[in-house]
Design a protein around this ligand. Structure first.
Ligand SMILES: [Zn+2]
Length: 60
């Protein structure tokens, strides 16, 4: 078994297409993490997915 789990969600990746991530979602998540590193303070890790969801639901 040479397959490593996805570094983001730790689930076994299903395909090599997005290696080393399991999916485009996790790949984007990793990208966002690096972007956020530039201007976020140390502390509880902000989940880019949650942030995106907040923005998404910001319609009233
Ligand atoms: Zn993943």
């Amino acid at each position: 078994m040479s397959t490593k789990p996805c570094p983001i969600c730790k689930t076994p990746k299903q395909s090599e297409e997005y290696a080393p991530f399991c999916s485009a979602r996790c790949r984007d998540k990793d990208l966002n993490r690096w972007f956020n590193d530039g201007y976020s303070v140390p502390g509880p890790p902000a989940d880019p997915e949650d942030i995106a969801r907040d923005i998404d639901q910001g319609h009233d």
